[in-house]
Design a protein around this ligand. Structure first.
Ligand SMILES: [Zn+2]
Length: 298
C-alpha cells in the first residue's frame, strides 16, 4: 500500500480542528418530497435550530474564541437570513448544503447545477457572499458532483468519512484544487442524540446516549487525532447539539480541545488554502471516493 504524506500545520501546531455545524433546520427528505407540511412536529423540531440553537452556539464560540463553519441549506438562508448574517458577522464561515437538503446522488447533472446556482444566488442576495465550501446533504453524491463543484468555484468539500486528514481530489484524471476535508461518523451528533441510519450504522445506538459517555467519546476522538497529527471536523446540528443541556456538553468538548493549546482551529476555507499551499504534505485521492477499487460495470 502506498504511503501517503503526513500533514503539517501552521506555526508548528500538532493538529487541526474544523468545528462544523450543519444548520439543516426543517429541510431534509420530508421537505424535498413535501411531506413535512403534514408533519408540524418535525418542522418545528427542525426550526428550533436556526431559531433558537444557532444563537446559543454563536455565544459559546465567542466565549471560547474559536472559529467555525456552518453549512446551511439555502432554503434556511431564505427563511432565517438574520441568524445567517449573525454567523458571518461573528467571524465564521457559511457553506453550501443544498437548497432543501437534496440527496445529490438522486439528481441529474442539470438538477445539481440548478441547486448550486440557485443556492449561490440566495447566498449572494441575502448574505453578500458565495459559498466556497460544500458538504453534501445525506452523505452521498453523484459521480459528476466533484467536477461540478470545481467548475462552480468551490475550493473544498467536507462530505466523506474516508480519512482523518484532508486531501486533494482527482477529477477527470487530473489532480484538482478541490480539497476534501473528511468528517468522521464518531463526531456526528445524530449517532448519539437522534437516531442512526436505516439500516443502523453503527449498529446499536437506537436511543439517546448518555451525555457523559458522548462527551468522553468526543474527547477521546480528539485526543487520538491530536496524537496522530491529523484533522478533526464535526457534523454537529444545532437543533440536536445545542439544546440547553447538550450545549453544556458541546462547551466542555470545545474547552477540552482549546486547553490542549497546540491545535489549529480553522474554517474550512482556511484548511483548504493551507492544503493547497503545501501540496507535498497532503495526499491525492480518487475521483469519487472509491480510490480505484470500484469494479468495472458497477
Ligand atoms: Zn444536513
Amino acid at each position: 500500500m502506498a504511503v501517503t504524506p503526513e500533514p503539517v500545520w501552521p506555526d508548528g501546531r500538532r493538529s487541526c480542528v474544523m468545528l462544523a455545524f450543519d444548520v439543516d433546520g426543517p429541510s431534509g427528505s420530508a421537505m424535498v418530497d413535501g411531506s413535512i407540511w403534514g408533519m408540524p412536529r418535525l418542522f418545528v423540531q427542525g426550526a428550533y435550530g436556526p431559531f433558537r440553537a444557532v444563537p446559543r452556539i454563536l455565544d459559546l464560540l465567542e466565549r471560547l474564541g474559536v472559529p467555525a463553519t456552518f453549512f446551511v441549506p439555502s432554503w434556511v438562508v431564505e427563511h432565517w437570513p438574520d441568524v445567517c448574517r449573525d454567523i458571518l458577522a461573528s467571524g465564521h464561515e457559511v457553506g453550501h448544503h443544498g437548497y432543501r437538503h437534496e440527496r445529490y446522488a438522486d439528481l441529474s447533472v442539470p438538477e445539481q447545477e440548478s441547486v448550486l446556482q440557485r443556492s449561490q444566488a440566495i447566498f449572494e442576495a441575502q448574505l453578500g457572499v458565495r459559498a466556497l465550501g460544500f458538504r453534501t446533504p445525506t452523505g452521498d453524491w453523484h459521480e459528476a458532483t466533484p467536477r461540478l463543484l470545481a467548475e462552480h468555484g468551490f475550493v473544498y468539500s467536507s462530505s466523506f468519512r474516508d480519512d482523518d486528514r484532508p486531501y486533494r481530489r482527482v477529477i477527470d484524471g487530473r489532480v484538482s484544487d478541490l480539497v476534501e476535508i473528511p468528517a468522521p461518523v464518531e463526531l456526528d451528533d445524530y449517532a448519539y442524540f437522534a437516531f442512526t441510519e436505516d439500516p443502523p450504522f453503527p449498529k446499536g445506538h437506537d436511543r439517546i446516549a448518555a451525555y457523559r459517555v458522548t462527551l468522553s467519546n468526543w474527547c477521546k476522538e480528539f485526543d487520538g487525532m491530536h496524537r496522530a497529527g491529523g484533522l478533526l471536523t464535526t457534523t454537529f446540528h444545532p437543533k440536536i447539539s445545542a439544546t440547553p443541556g447538550r450545549a453544556v456538553v458541546l462547551e466542555r468538548f470545545v474547552e477540552h480541545m482549546v486547553a490542549v493549546g497546540d491545535c489549529w482551529f480553522a474554517t474550512g476555507t482556511e484548511v483548504a488554502r493551507w492544503v493547497l499551499s503545501h501540496p507535498e504534505r497532503f495526499a491525492v485521492r480518487g475521483e469519487t471516493g472509491w480510490d480505484g477499487v470500484r469494479e468495472e460495470g458497477t
